[in-house]
Ligand binder design. Structure first.
Ligand code: SF4
Ligand code: MG
Length: 344
Protein backbone atom coordinates (compact mmCIF):
# COMPACT_ATOMS: atom_id res chain seq x y z
CA UNK A 1 0.00 0.00 0.00
CA UNK A 2 1.41 3.37 -0.98
CA UNK A 3 1.31 5.97 1.77
CA UNK A 4 -1.37 8.62 1.47
CA UNK A 5 1.17 11.20 2.59
CA UNK A 6 4.89 10.61 2.34
CA UNK A 7 7.20 13.26 3.73
CA UNK A 8 10.90 12.98 3.07
CA UNK A 9 13.77 15.22 4.10
CA UNK A 10 11.47 18.06 5.12
CA UNK A 11 13.25 21.17 6.39
CA UNK A 12 11.31 24.19 7.58
CA UNK A 13 13.39 27.09 8.85
CA UNK A 14 12.98 30.55 10.28
CA UNK A 15 15.50 33.27 9.49
CA UNK A 16 15.79 35.54 12.51
CA UNK A 17 18.27 38.36 13.27
CA UNK A 18 19.99 35.92 15.64
CA UNK A 19 20.35 33.17 13.08
CA UNK A 20 18.48 30.30 11.51
CA UNK A 21 15.99 28.30 13.57
CA UNK A 22 15.72 24.78 12.19
CA UNK A 23 12.18 24.05 13.34
CA UNK A 24 11.82 20.96 11.15
CA UNK A 25 15.18 19.50 10.28
CA UNK A 26 15.08 16.59 7.88
CA UNK A 27 11.83 14.87 8.83
CA UNK A 28 10.68 11.65 7.14
CA UNK A 29 7.24 10.24 7.89
CA UNK A 30 4.34 8.43 6.28
CA UNK A 31 0.61 8.47 6.83
CA UNK A 32 -1.23 5.43 5.48
CA UNK A 33 -4.83 5.36 4.25
CA UNK A 34 -7.32 4.85 7.07
CA UNK A 35 -4.62 4.83 9.76
CA UNK A 36 -3.70 7.28 12.49
CA UNK A 37 -0.16 8.55 12.83
CA UNK A 38 0.57 10.24 16.14
CA UNK A 39 3.44 12.71 16.13
CA UNK A 40 4.60 13.06 19.72
CA UNK A 41 7.18 15.21 21.49
CA UNK A 42 7.63 18.06 23.95
CA UNK A 43 6.72 21.59 22.94
CA UNK A 44 9.22 23.07 20.52
CA UNK A 45 10.11 19.73 18.92
CA UNK A 46 8.71 20.79 15.56
CA UNK A 47 5.58 18.64 15.54
CA UNK A 48 3.19 21.53 14.90
CA UNK A 49 5.52 23.00 12.30
CA UNK A 50 5.58 19.66 10.51
CA UNK A 51 1.78 19.65 10.43
CA UNK A 52 1.61 23.26 9.27
CA UNK A 53 4.21 22.56 6.58
CA UNK A 54 1.92 19.92 5.06
CA UNK A 55 -0.73 22.60 4.57
CA UNK A 56 1.81 25.27 3.55
CA UNK A 57 0.65 27.31 6.53
CA UNK A 58 4.05 28.63 7.60
CA UNK A 59 4.10 32.32 8.40
CA UNK A 60 7.11 34.38 7.27
CA UNK A 61 9.99 34.51 8.11
CA UNK A 62 9.48 30.75 8.14
CA UNK A 63 9.60 28.69 4.99
CA UNK A 64 10.07 25.20 3.67
CA UNK A 65 13.64 25.10 2.40
CA UNK A 66 13.98 21.47 1.41
CA UNK A 67 12.16 18.17 1.12
CA UNK A 68 9.21 16.52 -0.53
CA UNK A 69 5.67 15.85 0.64
CA UNK A 70 3.99 13.43 -1.70
CA UNK A 71 0.22 13.52 -1.38
CA UNK A 72 -1.73 10.70 -3.00
CA UNK A 73 -5.46 11.07 -2.49
CA UNK A 74 -7.31 7.96 -3.60
CA UNK A 75 -7.03 7.30 -7.27
CA UNK A 76 -5.32 10.58 -8.01
CA UNK A 77 -1.77 11.21 -9.13
CA UNK A 78 0.81 12.10 -6.48
CA UNK A 79 1.33 15.82 -5.88
CA UNK A 80 4.40 17.21 -4.13
CA UNK A 81 2.82 19.63 -1.67
CA UNK A 82 6.23 21.11 -0.85
CA UNK A 83 6.55 22.32 -4.42
CA UNK A 84 3.25 24.22 -4.42
CA UNK A 85 3.04 27.98 -4.04
CA UNK A 86 1.74 28.66 -0.49
CA UNK A 87 -0.63 31.30 -1.88
CA UNK A 88 -1.65 29.44 -5.03
CA UNK A 89 -4.92 27.81 -5.98
CA UNK A 90 -3.65 24.19 -5.98
CA UNK A 91 -2.69 24.19 -2.27
CA UNK A 92 -5.98 25.93 -1.48
CA UNK A 93 -7.80 23.04 -3.13
CA UNK A 94 -5.90 20.61 -0.92
CA UNK A 95 -6.23 22.68 2.25
CA UNK A 96 -9.73 22.18 3.54
CA UNK A 97 -10.69 20.37 0.34
CA UNK A 98 -8.74 17.11 0.66
CA UNK A 99 -7.02 17.61 4.01
CA UNK A 100 -8.99 18.93 6.98
CA UNK A 101 -7.35 20.52 9.99
CA UNK A 102 -8.33 21.16 13.59
CA UNK A 103 -6.29 23.07 16.15
CA UNK A 104 -5.83 23.35 19.89
CA UNK A 105 -7.90 26.49 20.36
CA UNK A 106 -11.21 25.95 18.56
CA UNK A 107 -12.51 29.35 19.62
CA UNK A 108 -9.69 31.23 17.92
CA UNK A 109 -10.26 29.35 14.66
CA UNK A 110 -13.86 30.55 14.53
CA UNK A 111 -14.88 34.12 13.82
CA UNK A 112 -16.90 35.75 16.60
CA UNK A 113 -18.82 37.62 13.88
CA UNK A 114 -20.45 34.58 12.30
CA UNK A 115 -22.90 31.99 13.52
CA UNK A 116 -22.05 28.30 13.63
CA UNK A 117 -24.30 27.80 10.60
CA UNK A 118 -22.60 30.57 8.61
CA UNK A 119 -19.19 29.00 9.25
CA UNK A 120 -20.37 25.60 8.11
CA UNK A 121 -22.24 26.82 5.05
CA UNK A 122 -19.21 28.83 3.94
CA UNK A 123 -16.91 25.82 4.41
CA UNK A 124 -19.26 23.61 2.39
CA UNK A 125 -19.65 26.10 -0.46
CA UNK A 126 -15.92 26.77 -0.63
CA UNK A 127 -15.34 23.39 -2.21
CA UNK A 128 -18.73 22.50 -3.66
CA UNK A 129 -21.13 24.33 -5.86
CA UNK A 130 -24.36 23.83 -3.98
CA UNK A 131 -27.20 26.32 -3.42
CA UNK A 132 -27.47 27.85 0.02
CA UNK A 133 -30.48 25.87 1.22
CA UNK A 134 -28.83 22.62 0.16
CA UNK A 135 -25.66 23.69 2.03
CA UNK A 136 -27.79 24.41 5.08
CA UNK A 137 -29.18 20.87 5.03
CA UNK A 138 -25.66 19.50 4.74
CA UNK A 139 -24.54 21.70 7.64
CA UNK A 140 -27.33 20.35 9.84
CA UNK A 141 -26.37 16.81 8.96
CA UNK A 142 -22.73 17.54 9.85
CA UNK A 143 -23.74 18.96 13.24
CA UNK A 144 -25.73 15.80 13.88
CA UNK A 145 -22.79 13.64 12.91
CA UNK A 146 -20.46 15.33 15.38
CA UNK A 147 -22.97 14.84 18.17
CA UNK A 148 -24.20 18.39 18.67
CA UNK A 149 -27.64 18.29 20.31
CA UNK A 150 -30.46 20.40 18.86
CA UNK A 151 -28.57 21.22 15.68
CA UNK A 152 -31.35 23.49 14.32
CA UNK A 153 -30.95 25.85 17.26
CA UNK A 154 -27.17 25.61 17.28
CA UNK A 155 -26.97 26.76 13.67
CA UNK A 156 -27.91 30.27 14.75
CA UNK A 157 -25.66 30.71 17.78
CA UNK A 158 -22.26 32.40 17.84
CA UNK A 159 -19.07 30.55 18.81
CA UNK A 160 -18.75 32.35 22.17
CA UNK A 161 -22.14 30.96 23.16
CA UNK A 162 -20.74 27.43 23.00
CA UNK A 163 -18.51 25.51 25.43
CA UNK A 164 -14.97 24.60 24.38
CA UNK A 165 -16.04 21.03 23.69
CA UNK A 166 -18.98 22.13 21.52
CA UNK A 167 -16.69 24.54 19.64
CA UNK A 168 -14.28 21.71 18.94
CA UNK A 169 -17.18 19.62 17.63
CA UNK A 170 -18.04 22.48 15.28
CA UNK A 171 -14.41 22.53 14.12
CA UNK A 172 -14.57 18.80 13.46
CA UNK A 173 -17.79 19.35 11.49
CA UNK A 174 -16.09 22.06 9.41
CA UNK A 175 -13.08 19.82 8.81
CA UNK A 176 -15.38 16.98 7.73
CA UNK A 177 -17.38 19.20 5.39
CA UNK A 178 -15.07 18.39 2.48
CA UNK A 179 -14.98 14.67 3.26
CA UNK A 180 -11.20 14.76 3.73
CA UNK A 181 -8.92 11.81 3.02
CA UNK A 182 -6.71 13.08 5.85
CA UNK A 183 -7.50 14.99 9.01
CA UNK A 184 -4.62 16.79 10.69
CA UNK A 185 -5.36 17.40 14.36
CA UNK A 186 -2.89 19.57 16.26
CA UNK A 187 -3.40 19.03 20.02
CA UNK A 188 -7.18 19.21 19.48
CA UNK A 189 -8.03 18.25 23.06
CA UNK A 190 -5.25 19.95 25.01
CA UNK A 191 -7.38 22.96 25.95
CA UNK A 192 -10.34 20.83 27.10
CA UNK A 193 -11.19 19.22 30.42
CA UNK A 194 -10.58 15.50 30.79
CA UNK A 195 -14.17 14.36 30.22
CA UNK A 196 -14.63 16.53 27.15
CA UNK A 197 -11.23 15.41 25.91
CA UNK A 198 -12.33 11.76 26.03
CA UNK A 199 -15.56 12.57 24.18
CA UNK A 200 -13.74 14.40 21.38
CA UNK A 201 -11.27 11.52 21.00
CA UNK A 202 -14.22 9.09 20.77
CA UNK A 203 -15.86 11.32 18.19
CA UNK A 204 -12.70 11.41 16.08
CA UNK A 205 -12.40 7.64 16.23
CA UNK A 206 -16.05 7.27 15.18
CA UNK A 207 -15.82 9.61 12.20
CA UNK A 208 -12.58 7.98 11.16
CA UNK A 209 -14.19 4.55 11.18
CA UNK A 210 -17.17 5.85 9.18
CA UNK A 211 -15.08 7.67 6.58
CA UNK A 212 -12.02 5.46 6.30
CA UNK A 213 -10.19 8.71 6.87
CA UNK A 214 -6.50 8.89 7.80
CA UNK A 215 -5.39 11.06 10.70
CA UNK A 216 -2.18 12.82 11.59
CA UNK A 217 -2.52 13.54 15.27
CA UNK A 218 -0.11 15.94 16.94
CA UNK A 219 0.19 15.58 20.71
CA UNK A 220 2.55 15.79 23.67
CA UNK A 221 0.36 13.35 25.60
CA UNK A 222 1.30 9.66 25.54
CA UNK A 223 -2.11 8.77 26.93
CA UNK A 224 -3.63 10.21 23.77
CA UNK A 225 -1.08 8.29 21.69
CA UNK A 226 -2.05 5.01 23.37
CA UNK A 227 -5.71 5.76 22.71
CA UNK A 228 -5.48 6.97 19.11
CA UNK A 229 -2.36 5.80 17.30
CA UNK A 230 -1.72 3.02 14.83
CA UNK A 231 1.69 4.41 14.02
CA UNK A 232 3.92 6.74 16.03
CA UNK A 233 6.68 9.20 15.26
CA UNK A 234 8.66 10.62 18.20
CA UNK A 235 10.24 14.02 17.55
CA UNK A 236 13.00 15.87 19.36
CA UNK A 237 14.43 19.26 18.36
CA UNK A 238 13.21 19.14 14.78
CA UNK A 239 14.09 15.53 14.08
CA UNK A 240 12.36 12.18 14.17
CA UNK A 241 14.22 10.12 16.78
CA UNK A 242 12.05 7.01 16.66
CA UNK A 243 9.22 5.61 14.59
CA UNK A 244 7.21 2.43 14.79
CA UNK A 245 3.77 0.99 15.38
CA UNK A 246 2.01 1.92 18.61
CA UNK A 247 2.74 -1.61 19.90
CA UNK A 248 6.45 -1.26 19.18
CA UNK A 249 6.68 2.17 20.78
CA UNK A 250 4.91 1.13 23.98
CA UNK A 251 6.22 -2.41 24.40
CA UNK A 252 9.71 -2.08 22.91
CA UNK A 253 10.76 1.57 22.92
CA UNK A 254 14.36 1.85 21.76
CA UNK A 255 15.41 5.49 21.87
CA UNK A 256 16.53 6.86 25.26
CA UNK A 257 14.15 9.80 24.71
CA UNK A 258 11.16 7.55 24.00
CA UNK A 259 12.08 5.56 27.15
CA UNK A 260 12.28 8.75 29.18
CA UNK A 261 8.92 9.97 27.88
CA UNK A 262 7.30 6.67 28.78
CA UNK A 263 8.91 6.74 32.23
CA UNK A 264 7.42 10.17 32.79
CA UNK A 265 3.86 8.78 32.64
CA UNK A 266 2.60 8.71 36.22
CA UNK A 267 2.14 5.19 37.48
CA UNK A 268 -0.19 4.35 40.36
CA UNK A 269 1.71 2.32 42.89
CA UNK A 270 0.31 -0.34 45.18
CA UNK A 271 -1.07 0.75 48.53
CA UNK A 272 -2.62 3.97 47.32
CA UNK A 273 0.67 5.83 47.36
CA UNK A 274 0.83 9.07 45.43
CA UNK A 275 1.67 8.43 41.80
CA UNK A 276 5.27 9.05 40.97
CA UNK A 277 5.56 11.79 38.42
CA UNK A 278 8.84 12.02 36.58
CA UNK A 279 9.61 14.28 33.72
CA UNK A 280 12.42 13.93 31.27
CA UNK A 281 15.36 15.41 33.15
CA UNK A 282 16.95 18.66 32.02
CA UNK A 283 15.69 21.23 29.58
CA UNK A 284 15.18 21.18 25.85
CA UNK A 285 18.10 23.20 24.43
CA UNK A 286 17.21 26.34 22.54
CA UNK A 287 16.90 25.58 18.82
CA UNK A 288 19.40 28.30 18.04
CA UNK A 289 21.90 26.65 20.30
CA UNK A 290 21.67 23.00 19.31
CA UNK A 291 24.17 20.57 20.86
CA UNK A 292 26.81 19.10 18.59
CA UNK A 293 26.37 15.48 17.62
CA UNK A 294 23.16 13.93 18.95
CA UNK A 295 20.61 16.56 19.86
CA UNK A 296 19.39 14.59 22.87
CA UNK A 297 22.83 14.08 24.39
CA UNK A 298 22.51 16.87 27.01
CA UNK A 299 19.63 14.94 28.60
CA UNK A 300 20.60 11.38 27.80
CA UNK A 301 21.62 8.90 30.53
CA UNK A 302 23.50 6.78 28.00
CA UNK A 303 25.51 9.39 26.09
CA UNK A 304 28.87 8.01 24.99
CA UNK A 305 31.66 10.60 25.24
CA UNK A 306 33.62 10.99 22.05
CA UNK A 307 30.74 9.56 20.04
CA UNK A 308 27.43 11.22 20.86
CA UNK A 309 28.92 14.71 21.17
CA UNK A 310 30.76 14.37 17.86
CA UNK A 311 28.52 12.68 15.33
CA UNK A 312 24.84 13.13 14.58
CA UNK A 313 23.34 9.63 14.60
CA UNK A 314 21.51 8.39 11.50
CA UNK A 315 18.34 6.35 11.61
CA UNK A 316 18.81 2.61 11.83
CA UNK A 317 16.22 -0.10 11.40
CA UNK A 318 15.75 -2.04 14.66
CA UNK A 319 12.63 -4.02 13.83
CA UNK A 320 9.97 -4.48 11.17
CA UNK A 321 9.13 -0.85 10.38
CA UNK A 322 10.78 0.41 13.57
CA UNK A 323 13.58 2.92 13.22
CA UNK A 324 15.67 4.73 15.79
CA UNK A 325 18.18 7.56 15.54
CA UNK A 326 20.73 6.69 18.23
CA UNK A 327 24.39 5.62 18.33
CA UNK A 328 23.59 2.89 20.86
CA UNK A 329 22.14 0.95 17.93
CA UNK A 330 24.27 2.14 15.05
CA UNK A 331 27.80 2.65 16.35
CA UNK A 332 30.26 -0.15 15.65
CA UNK A 333 31.68 0.00 19.19
CA UNK A 334 28.30 0.65 20.81
CA UNK A 335 26.45 -1.82 23.05
CA UNK A 336 23.79 -2.55 20.40
CA UNK A 337 20.98 -1.14 22.53
CA UNK A 338 20.26 0.43 25.90
CA UNK A 339 22.47 -1.30 28.49
CA UNK A 340 20.31 -3.50 30.77
CA UNK A 341 22.27 -2.80 33.94
CA UNK A 342 21.06 0.79 34.04
CA UNK A 343 17.40 -0.15 33.89
CA UNK A 344 15.36 -0.14 37.06
FE1 SF4 B 1 21.88 9.16 23.89
FE2 SF4 B 1 24.01 8.96 22.30
FE3 SF4 B 1 21.73 7.76 21.64
FE4 SF4 B 1 21.94 10.40 21.54
S1 SF4 B 1 23.05 8.93 20.29
S2 SF4 B 1 20.25 9.25 22.38
S3 SF4 B 1 23.24 10.80 23.31
S4 SF4 B 1 23.03 7.31 23.42
MG1 MG C 1 2.30 22.98 19.08
Amino acid sequence: DLPLLEISGLRTQFETPDGTVKAVDGVDLEVHPGRTLCVVGESGCGKSMTARSVMQLIDPPGRIVEGEMHWRPQGAEAVDLAALDPDGEPIRQVRGGQIGMIFQEPMSSLSPMYTVGAHLIEAIRLHREVPKDEARKMALELLRRVGIPQPEQRMDVYPFQLSGGMCQRVMVAIALSCDPALLIADEPTTALDVTTQARILDLLKDVQAENQMAMMFITHDLGVVAEMADDVVVMYLGQVVERGTVEQIFSAPRHPYTRALLDSIPKLRDGGERPRLRTVRGMVPHPQNMPSGCRFRTRCDFAMPGVCDVDMPDSSVVGEGQEVRCHLYSHADGPGGIPDAVEE
